[in-house]
Structure formats: C-alpha cells, structure tokens
Design a protein around this ligand. Structure first.
Ligand SMILES: [Zn+2]
Ligand SMILES: [Zn+2]
Length: 266
C-alpha cells in the first residue's frame, strides 16, 4: 500500500454513545473509498469511571467485534482511544499488554477530576470560568499526554474549542509548546474532522496548528472520530486539502505499534 486513505478513529456501541454495528462502518468506509480503517473505542478504566466508555468486562467482546469484520476484506486495524489522566499511567501500560494493538491513541478529555471538557453537561462552566484558564488547563494536560510516551499518536489537539469558546488573541501561544513536545517525542497527531460537526465549526486542530506542526516536521493522520457509520471519512477532502496546503504529503499507518509513513491520497 503506497498511498493510503485511512480512518483510524472509529467507535463502537460499547462506549454507549455510538450507533451502528462495526460491519456498517466497514461498508461505509468501502463506499467512501478508504483503503484501511481502525477501530479505537474509548478505553475501559479499572473501575467504573464515567458513562461514556467500554467497561473492562466488555474488552474481550471489543476485540472479537474488530476481529469479526476482518472477514469483510477491508484492512482493519485494532486501536484504542485512551484517556490520559495523571495517576493512571500504570493502567495504560496494563491495557497495552491486554491485546495485540496496532496503535493506542492518547486523548485529553478530562481537564480536572470530574470535568471532561467536551461533555455538554458542564457547558455552563465555559461561562463561569475564564476561557483562558480552561484552555491553559487543557493544554497543560495535553502536553503531559504527549510527554508520557504511552501513545502512538494523539487525538483532536484543540478539543477545548468544541463548544465554540476560544480565548482572545493569537492562539499559537497554546499550540507552540504542544508542537515542540510532539517534535521532541517524534509523535504524530490526528487531523480530526469531528470539530466540523460541533459548535466549533472547525477541524481539530485549527489550520494554524497544522501549519506550525508541518514546519516542525510532526507527522499526521486524518481521522473522522466516527460515532455513526455515516461519519466514516467525514469531510476528508477538506482535511486532505488543509494538510496539503500546510505542505504535508505523507500520512501515518500503524501496524503492531510500528509507524509506517505513506503518501497522502488526493
Ligand atoms: Zn466518543
Ligand atoms: Zn476523543
């Protein structure tokens, strides 16, 4: 496979907020002309943690569900979207040994205990706290997620903008330290089209981030974060155009946690 059109961020119903069976996602991918997809559902925690991830008891079923759709003929990768939460690094290491993963995605949703920044339940906090502080907290954890060395790439870099709240001024002050860490750790990030479906009305991360990352030589993937079959490959034309405008010509694939860089399809 010299050129690839992949989507490595796809959920299943095991996380309780996605719809459709895995085969429907595969069929959507085939219809959209993707060459390979990867499932990456929200990781289980050692104990009940919140209501939007698979339970540890469901992990064997998850592995089975991904294995089953390999019969479709489409190249299928096995991944997991893991929450980076300080104090749970040991748990990510434990999970890493529980399956033959092709990749682990590092995500920051929690910016403080009990506050997942993308959860509409806490939307009022964007009016109660200065946006500047919310963003600073988010990026502090994102930097630690990158630096942890636990993951193969990181998800939706500027997720804190999901509901459309952005601090005033030049946002590169938040992007630059993250990009410096990515470059230092030789870690890739995803261009995630889900932001276009949210109030942010913009891909994660913003074009300014993508441009700076390209200058720093940080590798990319293009992902949809599909929680429904019709979201597979969502607006990939736009994401590809953004990547190309920034100067990217390669994307990453992963196999057994080994990174392979291939040409970006047009
Ligand atoms: Zn989700
Ligand atoms: Zn996520």
């Amino acid at each position: 496979m010299s050129a690839a059109r992949t989507d490595y961020h796809i959920h299943t119903t095991l996380c309780h907020h996605a719809v459709g069976i895995p085969l429907e996602y595969v069929q959507a991918a085939q219809g959209a002309g993707l060459t390979e997809i990867g499932f990456a559902d929200h990781n289980p925690m050692p104990e009940h943690f919140d209501d939007w991830r698979m339970s540890i008891e469901d992990l064997p079923r998850y592995l089975e569900m991904v294995e089953e759709v390999r019969a479709s003929g489409l190249s299928i990768r096995l991944g997991l979207e893991c929450d980076f939460i300080e104090g749970y690094e040991w748990w990510i290491e434990t999970l890493a040994g529980k399956a033959d993963w092709d990749y682990l995605i590092g995500s920051v949703h929690y910016i403080a205990p009990g506050w997942d920044v993308d959860n509409p339940k806490y939307l009022s906090r964007f009016r109660d706290y200065p946006i500047e502080e919310i963003w600073a907290l988010y990026w502090k954890h994102y930097g630690k997620c990158i630096e942890s060395g636990l993951f193969d790439f990181v998800a939706h870099p500027d997720l804190a903008k999901k509901f459309g709240y952005r601090p005033a001024g030049d946002l590169r002050r938040f992007y630059e330290p993250a990009i410096e860490s990515l470059a230092k750790k030789n870690l890739a990030f995803e261009i995630n089209t889900a932001g276009l479906r949210k109030d942010a009305r913009e891909i994660y991360p913003a074009p300014g981030f993508i441009e700076l990352a390209r200058e720093a030589g940080v590798p990319i993937l293009i992902n949809s974060d599909a929680h429904a079959p019709d979201e597979v490959g969502y607006k990939f034309d736009l994401a590809t155009a953004l990547a190309r405008q920034a100067g990217y010509s390669k994307v990453c694939r992963f196999e057994k946690r080994r990174r392979i860089e291939v040409d970006l399809c047009t």
